[in-house]
Each structure stands twice: as C-alpha cells, then as structure tokens.
Design a protein around this ligand. Structure first.
Ligand code: TXA
Ligand code: MG
Length: 332
C-alpha cells in the first residue's frame, strides 16, 4: 500500500473523512502525539489499527471526540466530576475513563465495560474528527512498543506501507500523551501527562490519586503492562543533576556511537560525545523528548538519557523515560 502524506487543509481533511467512512485508517495530528484513527463504530476498521501497529488486542483505545454531543454516543453515565471536566475544561490534553455505552464495540475497549474519552486541544484534530462526524478511536500512531510520533515524518517511519494517509499538521506542542484519569470509581490518574494532579485536584475540588504499579492496587489500566517507547538501540537513564557521575559512566562505555539526551544546561559538559538538547525547562523537554529519541537512535548505538524533574510535568516525562530505559536506570 502507498502511504500518502498530505498537509492538513480542507481538501485533505475531506479525503481523510471519506477514507474513514470507507473503513480505512488515517493518521492525524493532535497537540500531544499523532494518532492513528478509525471510525469507533466500525469494528473492521478498528481491527486495522491493531494490525498496523502490531498492538496487543487487550490494550484498549482512546475514543476522540470533537464536541460534547459525541460524548452522549459513547458514555453510559456522565458523573458530576466528568461533567465538570467536559463542561468547563475540555478541549484539553486529558483523557477521561467512564462507563461505556453498549454500542461501543468490544474491540475498542478490549472487552472492558469502560471507555477512555478525549477531546483534543488541537483544533486541527477537532476539525478532522468533526468532518468524520463520528467519534474516532485512535492510539498513538507508532508501531507498538516504539516512541510515540510527534511529527508526520515519525509516523511515516513506522507506518509507511501500512496505512493509506497521514495528515501532516503542526509538530506536537505538548509532546507526551494525554493524562488519563479514571472517574469510574474514586478519581485516579492512570497515566500522568501535562494536565497535572494538582490541576485536577483543584478542578474537582477533591483528592486525586496517581496509579502506581508498585502499589499493587488492582486498577484496570491495561496500558501499564506493555513495553513502551523503546528506541531501536540500547538506552540508559540517569535521574540526577550530578553530571560527574554520568561522565564517568560514559567514559566506561565500550560502544563508540553514544548520544547523550539532556537539558540545555548540560549539553556542553560531555566533551566530544554527541548530545541532543531537550530545551530549557520540563515543558520544552516533554515537547522534544520523543523526537530526540528518534533522532538519536538513527545514528547511534547507545543513548544515555540524563534528567532530573524540576516541575510537576517533569514527573510525567520521567514516567516515559523510565519505560524507555526499561530497568537500565540509575538514580542519585
Ligand atoms: O495523547 C493521547 O492520549 C494520544 C493521542 C493520539 O490522543 N493517544 C494515546 O493512545 O496515547 P494510546 O493508545 O497510545 O494510549 C492509550 C492509553 C493506554 O495506556 C490504554 O491502556 C489506556 O489509555 N486506556 C484506554 N482505554 C482505557 C480504559 N477503558 N480503561 C483504562 N485505560 C484505558
Ligand atoms: Mg501509545
């Protein structure tokens, strides 16, 4: 299959929405990461997403809506907390898990009786969903297990030959995936993101916990089981501000083609080793992270990530980095 990339505009959106109605899948921009979308109510179309990504069928998808009228099509009951979020806070980089309507196919929710719902802040995303005139089920548009794509070229890297169309919109302004909060029971953050615990607690005026696998709590958060964000080469993570330790470590590595990914303030500290700057603060670092990983893996054998969170969003980025480094982690 030929994969076309078209700049997002009225014409390309009309082509994309026709493809969606024909049961095809299309990649589209959002402010967090690019998504790979299908008509939520077309099971065959949704199955193509799992095939293109190589995604395990027991990992449910997020359903994307462009306005609150679509909410009624998929959520069985909209609790008062959900009302607060959808009426006063959306669109946003936030996904809300609610009890689903029985009309939402099992393939979308991996058989759960809940559905994850998101109204993206990106107007490009919402115009696309609105043109499709149906809620769009979409995971991130990467091959399963790989770093999420934050521009159309990264989508092309993973999806070339597997999908008919990529809509090229803005480079993602947030850069890490949405915060996922479940409101099925007591509010709990299943995946941290740019919308923080502090912000959600003040919006809902109550305590909001963050899910941690280490707690051993039984929460239906299928995504946390799977491998995530792995570059094609080896990688390690240093959670530290102490560069002496990292430099010592780098000098001990036998691989030649090493790349350090770190904040701007550290880039000059690693001698002749290649470095990629994540920018000056944790927001910039989140925006640049997945792009930096893809850039580094292209021509290096080993990626050393050096990071220390300074803002709440830095903790969300650290969640991605920790999964990417998969146990190869050193903490000061
Ligand atoms: O920012 C984002 O959320 C992006 C863009 C494209 O919108 N999408 C995204 O989708 O990151 P994905 O599939 O890569 O991650 C979806 C996460 C997974 O961790 C999944 O397990 C969780 O949401 N999820 C989906 N449905 C759920 C449900 N009913 N209950 C609990 N978790 C759910
Ligand atoms: Mg993903």
């Amino acid at each position: 299959m030929d994969t076309q990339i078209l700049d997002i505009n009225e014409t390309s959106i009309s082509i994309a929405s026709k493809l969606i109605h024909q049961g095809q899948i299309v990649a589209f921009p959002t402010e967090t990461v690019y998504g790979l979308g299908a008509d939520t109510f077309n099971e065959q179309a949704v199955s193509k997403i799992f095939l293109a990504k190589g995604r395990p069928s027991d990992n449910p998808l997020i359903v994307h809506i462009s306005d609150n009228s679509m909410l009624e099509l998929i959520a069985q009951e909209i609790s008062s907390d959900a009302r607060i979020l959808f009426d006063t806070y959306m669109p946003s980089s936030l996904t809300v898990v609610l009890k689903k309507k029985s009309t939402v196919p099992d393939i979308v929710t991996a058989g759960l009786d809940t559905v994850a719902i998101r109204m993206p802040r990106s107007s490009q995303a919402r115009i696309f969903i609105n043109a499709c005139n149906t809620p769009i089920a979409a995971p991130s548009a990467n091959t399963s297990g790989r770093p999420s794509p934050t521009d159309a070229d990264a989508v092309y890297q993973d999806m070339q030959g597997k999908i008919p169309l990529i809509l090229r919109g803005d480079k993602c302004a947030v850069g890490i995936e949405s915060t996922v909060i479940s409101l099925v029971d007591k509010p709990i953050i299943l995946r941290p993101g740019i919308v923080t615990q502090t912000e959600l607690e003040s919006l809902l005026n109550k305590r909001v916990d963050i899910y941690s696998p280490a707690d051993g709590k039984l929460v239906n958060s299928p995504g946390v089981r799977f491998a995530h964000y792995r570059p094609s080469c080896a990688t390690a993570l240093f959670i530290t501000r102490n560069t002496d330790e990292v430099i010592k470590y780098i000098n001990s590595i036998v691989a030649d083609r090493v790349c350090v990914i770190c904040k701007q303030e550290l880039v000059d500290k690693f001698g002749h080793v290649d470095t990629i700057s994540l920018g000056i603060d944790d927001y910039e670092a989140s925006r640049n992270y997945f792009g930096a990983i893809r850039q580094a893996e292209a021509n290096h054998d080993y990626i050393v990530q050096v990071f220390y969170p300074e803002q709440e969003v830095g903790q969300s980025l650290l969640n991605r980095m920790t999964k990417s480094a998969y146990g190869n982690i050193y903490k000061e």
